[in-house]
Design a protein around this ligand. Structure first.
Ligand code: HEM
Ligand SMILES: [Cu+2]
Length: 617
């Protein structure tokens, strides 16, 4: 189906299409819209924080609202912005890279998206219903146990919903990659972005259940009178920290590995060389993921686990620098002697290398348990993780958006605006966060509402806030670029960058069934191989024949809506047992939707051979 045909339909029809879609590409776009929305929200919250810290002893927002701001900023950025944006990219691109027509469970894919979205909306409802969560994105007990009002309850239920969505998404990707690769696409021929999607999904599979359990324990403590974390009643408060970081540390690799995958696509394409050290890249990814699970207690050096535990976790943490270093050198070697094109996408990738390396070096500093007693909970930490998360992941998302935009939307983003966005963001980013290292070393604590005059912290904070505004300007120009490109952008051919992987072998945007004929993969960089042999096209693995496709469904939306309603019931039953009605109604809707889905057969439909032959490519 061409995009023109889509545009001719009315708004209602398009909306209904997206509410019921099970197409991985449309779900990918939904994730990008949802994640993009929350990215703007999280950015706004960051600006509120930075305005409050513009000058000493400012009273722009109250101390309580400040707590809500940094809590919601961190929570939003991690769970509702960056992760969904990455899931969106994976959803759109990974099936194309392995020559598949969809993910393994299209229905579940849609369910995962709606769970994420409703979880995020639920969390943000707290702003209007008596106050947002205020115990930090880590929601440490006993702070989160004692926090009055319902803010933390919204945190618990909101993250439970969106976390379930992520888990479903991760499992779906795993099954897809294991079972749906085109003939000839062995594991060691998979593009690196597919590899990182795979490894990230494994991380999701093992990390998110720890979060789920932790949230349930907190839910029972706050809502149903249990005492898992309450020391006065025989509970143990440090258990929250362990479970949180057993999830939380792998989570930062869930955020960074897909970005590594993006860079491993961008560098070879714009250097016109194959990825240097492909095998080493794959094993470095796996090693990083494995070590990512072994180091959670480096967030707890100051808790008092003792010198033996601290030393073990310190050394394990530092070990991660080795596979990460391997990756950095392989990216550099990929560019070495290449014929390099510098465009917006490549600029983000190039800027990532020094920026992320700084974040990695401060990470090794923080991994030194003794030194961490000094850095802990200061702005040094804030500087460190933003170098990693913004300089790594957000840069990666921007690189990916510029790289795959033509594939996804059929138009190329405007280069001038792209470069403007890059430079403004890049300069703003370093202004904001570089100086925070020194603020931290000078003793400025994180999560503090005000700082005092005459302590040498004024200039640094002023510079940092100015940088934040530069980043905001960059994002606004990026939004203008999107609108401009939609209206007037250059039409994209199938393969605008002279690409190497399979997604570039089909039209931009791809037809809804992706590949008319499943491609036959003959090596790494399958499209490049065919080009080198003088054939523009990928060899098909099958004759043109009927294609089986899944049907759209409104059930995932309804099911999620049920959980959403039930969540309010759980939160407010503490105040009045009448709210249990909402629990029953909501769960009734959700279970009813599940029963409907289980009992009613839906065999999907076929795109016939005749139709395919009519649609000339
Ligand atoms: C791009 C512009 C961004 C700016 C200007 C910004 C700014 C800030 C500021 C000022 C704080 C508060 C520090 C404190 O008082 O302790 C903060 C905290 C935080 N930020 Fe960001 N940030 C940005 C992006 C991001 C991104 C992309 C992520 C995640 C992927 C992120 C994750 C966090 C986290 C987890 C916290 C800690 C929240 C807490 O203490 O509970 N930030 N940020
Ligand atoms: Cu960590």
């Amino acid at each position: 189906m061409s995009i023109a045909a889509t545009q001719k339909r009315g708004f209602g029809a398009v909306l209904w299409d997206y509410l019921t879609t099970v197409d991985h590409k449309k779900i990918g776009i939904l994730y990008l819209i949802g994640g993009g929305f929350f990215f703007l929200l999280g950015g706004l919250e960051a600006l509120f924080i930075r305005i409050q810290l513009l000058v000493p002893e400012n009273d722009f927002i109250s101390a309580g609202l400040y707590n809500e701001m940094f809590t919601m900023h961190g929570t939003t950025m991690i769970f509702l912005a960056v992760m969904p944006l990455l899931l969106g990219l994976m959803n759109y691109i990974m099936p194309l890279q392995i020559g598949a027509r969809d993910v393994a469970f299209p229905f579940l894919n849609s369910l995962g998206f709606w769970l994420f979205l409703f979880g995020g909306l639920l969390l943000n409802c707290s702003w209007f219903l008596g106050g947002a969560p205020d115990a930090g994105w880590t929601a440490y007990t006993p702070l989160s146990l004692q926090s009055p009002g319902h803010g933390i309850d919204f945190y618990v239920m909101g993250l439970q919903l969106s976390g379930a969505g992520t888990l479903i998404g991760g499992i779906n990707f795993l099954v897809t990659i294991v079972t749906m690769r085109a003939p000839g696409m062995t594991y060691m021929r998979m593009p690196l972005f597919t590899w990182t999607t795979f490894v990230t999904s494994v991380l999701i599979l093992f990390a998110f259940p720890a979060l789920t359990v932790n949230l349930f324990l907190l839910m029972f403590d706050r809502m149903f009178g249990s005492a898992f974390f309450d020391v006065a009643l025989g509970g143990n408060t440090v258990i929250w920290q362990h479970l949180f970081w057993i999830f939380g540390h792998p989570e930062v690799y869930i955020l960074i590995l897909p970005a590594f995958g993006v860079f491993s696509e961008v560098f070879p394409t714009f250097s016109k060389k194959r990825l240097f050290g492909y095998t080493a890249m794959v094993f470095a990814t796996i090693l990083i993921a494995f070590l990512g699970f072994m180091v959670w207690a480096h967030h707890m050096f100051t808790v008092g686990l003792g010198p033996v535990a601290n030393s073990i976790f310190a050394i394990a943490t530092m070990a991660i620098a080795v596979p990460t270093g391997i990756k950095i050198f392989n990216w550099l070697a990929t560019m070495w002697g290449g014929s390099i094109t510098i465009n917006s996408s490549m600029l983000w990738a190039l800027a990532f290398i020094p920026t992320f390396t700084i974040g990695g070096m401060t990470g090794v500093m923080l991994a030194s348990a003794v030194a961490d007693y000094q850095y802990h909970d200061t702005y040094f930490v804030v500087a460190h993780f933003h170098y990693v998360m913004v300089g790594g992941t957000v840069f990666g998302i921007f690189a990916a958006l510029h790289y795959w935009w033509p594939k996804m939307f059929g138009r190329i983003l405007h280069e001038g605006m792209g470069k403007f966005t890059f430079w403004t963001f890049f300069i703003g980013f370093h202004l904001t966060f570089f100086i925070q290292h020194f603020l931290g070393l000078m003793g400025m604590p994180r999560r503090y509402w005000v700082f005092l005059e005459d302590q040498g912290l004024d200039t640094g904070n002023l510079v940092s806030s100015i940088g934040a505004f530069l980043m905001a300007i960059a994002v606004i120009v990026f939004l203008i670029n999107i609108i401009y490109t939609a209206a007037k952008g250059t039409k994209a051919p199938a393969d605008p960058w002279d690409g190497r992987a399979l997604e570039w072998a089909i039209s931009s945007p791809p037809p809804y069934y992706n590949f008319k004929q499943t491609p036959l993969v003959r090596g790494l960089d399958p499209l490049w191989i065919e080009k080198m042999e003088g054939k523009g096209k990928v060899t098909p693995a099958e004759p043109v024949d009927d294609i089986h496709m899944p049907n759209s469904s409104f059930v995932p939306f309804i099911m999620t809506f049920g959980f959403f309603v039930a969540s309010f019931g759980f939160i407010y039953q503490v105040d009045h047992s009448a709210w249990l009605i909402a629990v029953y109604v909501g769960m009734g809707i959700a279970l009813g939707a599940m029963a409907y889905r289980s009992l009613k057969d839906d065999h999907g439909h076929h795109v016939t051979k005749e139709e395919l032959e009519r649609e000339a490519d």
